[in-house]
Each structure stands twice: as structure tokens, then as C-alpha cells.
Design a protein around this ligand. Structure first.
Ligand SMILES: [Zn+2]
Length: 377
């Protein structure tokens, strides 16, 4: 693998059943993305790398050995003791302990470590299995057992970078990443997320001690509003930080049709926001994140890979790709709410609309954060 073309980091581990029945993440996500990309001729041994799982010692850079041990022991026992459940937030409906949970979570971390190294050589590394931004040092949170974005950032810092920007456009606040670098002036985190939703942190006045900026957006957040926030706040703020690398968590749960959020974005606007964010630095790791509608997730993350490579994403999909999408299913999305476009095209119709005052106010509050960022050495 040579040259500056983007690299896709994945693993066959994501083809295995996970999370058990009746969990929002029981749907296929990255396996479908890998298959769609292969059908489209966008993925082969020339641009794909399988990631190894992170080692215990690697995981212990951020996570406590007690917690790592508890996750492994619970999986081995096939049961979670009540005290462990309480202390580590494991073995409940939110963060079930299922066969393969440790390997799967550790592989996402290994993928983000690898992606950062590859980004320094290839410019862009794409790791859609990553984006577990709620993971805490000593407990699981919000379907996240470990926190792989933290490890992508740590890997950049280990390589000697002095300024790493984190941009999170998942529908939920990137709390674990923001808190993970509290007090580390080398990292600045920006999160756009739906207000009033899990984990209920990241209000507009939360500046993370001068190292973060948060944009809690209202329900119905549309493409025009995302474009506006990027142009008026996120890009100037990120640019002032003069990042040497960018890590983006591109959850697909802010898209219209996602059952766990009420943001209403079209995927083309999300792709554009990612492209704008990664243009701020010469190296970028692009991660996935949440996303609970199998059609919108697969189309978003497949199309994003196309866009990162500069390939056209707007034609009618070939028959094999349509059959794959038609074969998906979800208990959380009613059949009458599945437009035919989810089968025939990667890109959504744009969802343009008015830029509401609440969104303008978020951008207006950003200059104060800009001043703090720009004043740094
Ligand atoms: Zn999310």
C-alpha cells in the first residue's frame, strides 16, 4: 500500500452477531458498508487494512485495568455480577456483555490506533467501526465499552503532534473524548449534537476549560443549519487552533430516519461537513459512531468513503447493491417509513430549510471560544 490515497480500516470481526437481540446496535452496519464498497469496486486489498485488537497494555493507556479485567471476566463467565454491573455499567440493556464483546471493542481501539498512523502516511484513514465516543476510563457508557477516538488522538500525540482537533457530528455529545483530554492543551474538541438527549452533557456554555466548544442543536436540525454552523463557527474555530491532525466522529444518527434522534440531516450535508473539517489539517482520521437505521447508516458511510476518494456518489446503484440494501431489516423503522431511495441511491435528497434563531445564537456564542483558542501559543 503506497501513495497518498485514503485507507479503509476494518475487520471481519464486525461480521459477527453482537449486542444480542433487541439492542439498537444488533443491526449490521460496517459489514454492509464493506460489502457495498466492494460491490461498487471501491474496496480491495490495495486500500483495505484489517486492524488487530488493541493489547491490554494499549487499552490501559486510557482504561483502568480493573475495568478491562471485569469486562473480560464477565464475558468468560457469561454472566455479570450485580456489583460489577453497578460499578462498571456493564451487563445491562445499555451495555450488554455478549460473546466476543471484548475482542470487538478492543479491535475498534486497535483500528483507531492504526488509522492515526496510516493518516500520517496517506493523509486520510477511514475507520467506520470507530467512534465509540462515550466510553469512560473505568466504565461503559452509551453502547461504548472503550473509547477508540481517544486512542486515535493519543496516537497522533505519541507521534509528536502538538495540536490535534476533534470534531464530532454524531447526534450525541462526545463526552468521553472531551473529558478524556481535560487539562491537555494539545487537544481541542468540538461537538455538534442534539440538545436534551443522552448523555445530557455538552451545553453551549460548556467550554471544557477552554479546550472545547459545544453546539447543542434543536430538533429538526437541517442541512442549511449544519452548513451555517460549519461556516460560521466550527471551521473558523478549528482553523484558529491550527491543527496538525483532525479526528472526526461521523455518527450517522443525526440523519433523517434515525430512530434514536430527531435531527433531520441529509447525508450529503454530513459528507460535506466531514470534508470541510478534515481540510483543516494534512492528516485526518474519519470514524463512524452511532447510527441505528441500517439503510441510512450503510448509505452514509459507504458514500462517505466514495467522497473521501473523490468518486461520484450520485448515480443509481447497481442491482447487487440494491439487493443488499433491500435485504436489510429493522424493528425500529416501520416499513411505510422506508423510501425507495434508501434502496436505489447512496445520497439523500437535500433537506434544506430556514436557519433558526437558536442555531444562529450557537454560532454567535462561538467567537468567545475563538478568542480563547487563538490566544494560545
Ligand atoms: Zn450517537
Amino acid at each position: 500500500m503506497t501513495g497518498a490515497a485514503p485507507v479503509f480500516v476494518g475487520s471481519p470481526v464486525y461480521r459477527r452477531a453482537a449486542y444480542g437481540a433487541n439492542h439498537p446496535l444488533a443491526i449490521p452496519r460496517v459489514a454492509t458498508v464493506m460489502d457495498l464498497c466492494t460491490i461498487l469496486g471501491w474496496l480491495d486489498e490495495g486500500n483495505f487494512l484489517a486492524s488487530p485488537p488493541a493489547t491490554i497494555d494499549q487499552l490501559a493507556r486510557f482504561h483502568t485495568r480493573d475495568y478491562i479485567g471485569a469486562l473480560r471476566a464477565s464475558e468468560a463467565a457469561g454472566a455479570v455480577e450485580p456489583e460489577i454491573r453497578k460499578r462498571y455499567n456493564l451487563g445491562n440493556r445499555e451495555n450488554p456483555v455478549f460473546p466476543g464483546v471484548f475482542e470487538r471493542a478492543a479491535t475498534a481501539v486497535g483500528g483507531s490506533i492504526l488509522a492515526a498512523k496510516l493518516a500520517l502516511m496517506h493523509g486520510i484513514a477511514y475507520h467506520p467501526s470507530g467512534g465509540t465516543h462515550h466510553g469512560r476510563p473505568d466504565r461503559a457508557s452509551g453502547f461504548c465499552y472503550f473509547n477508540d477516538p481517544v486512542f486515535a488522538i493519543l496516537s497522533f500525540l505519541d507521534e509528536g503532534l502538538k495540536r490535534v482537533l476533534y470534531v464530532d457530528v454524531d447526534a450525541h455529545h462526545g463526552d468521553g473524548v472531551q473529558d478524556g483530554f481535560a487539562g491537555d492543551r494539545r487537544v481541542f474538541t468540538i461537538s455538534i449534537h442534539e440538545e436534551g438527549r443522552f448523555p445530557f452533557s455538552g451545553p453551549a456554555d460548556d467550554r471544557g476549560g477552554g479546550q472545547a466548544c459545544n453546539f447543542p442543536v434543536p430538533r429538526g436540525f437541517n442541512d442549511s443549519e449544519l452548513d451555517y454552523l460549519m461556516r460560521e463557527a466550527v471551521l473558523p474555530l478549528g482553523g484558529d487552533f491550527r491543527p496538525q491532525a483532525v479526528v472526526v466522529t461521523c455518527g450517522a444518527d443525526g440523519l433523517a430516519g434515525d430512530p434514536l434522534s430527531r435531527m433531520e440531516l441529509g447525508n450529503v450535508a454530513l459528507w460535506r461537513a466531514v470534508e470541510q473539517a478534515i481540510a483543516l489539517a494534512p492528516a485526518a482520521v474519519v470514524l463512524g459512531g452511532g447510527g441505528y437505521n441500517p439503510w441510512t447508516v450503510a448509505r452514509c458511510w459507504t458514500g462517505l468513503w466514495g467522497r473521501l476518494n473523490g468518486w461520484p456518489t450520485d448515480g443509481v446503484l447497481p442491482r447487487a447493491a440494491q439487493e443488499l440494501l433491500r435485504g436489510l431489516d429493522s424493528d425500529l423503522v416501520d416499513e411505510e417509513d422506508r423510501p425507495e431511495r434508501w434502496i436505489t441511491h447512496l445520497g439523500d435528497e437535500p433537506n434544506e430549510g430556514p436557519v433558526r434563531d437558536a442555531v444562529k445564537a450557537l454560532a454567535d456564542a462561538a467567537p468567545a471560544a475563538r478568542a480563547a483558542t487563538a490566544a494560545r501559543p
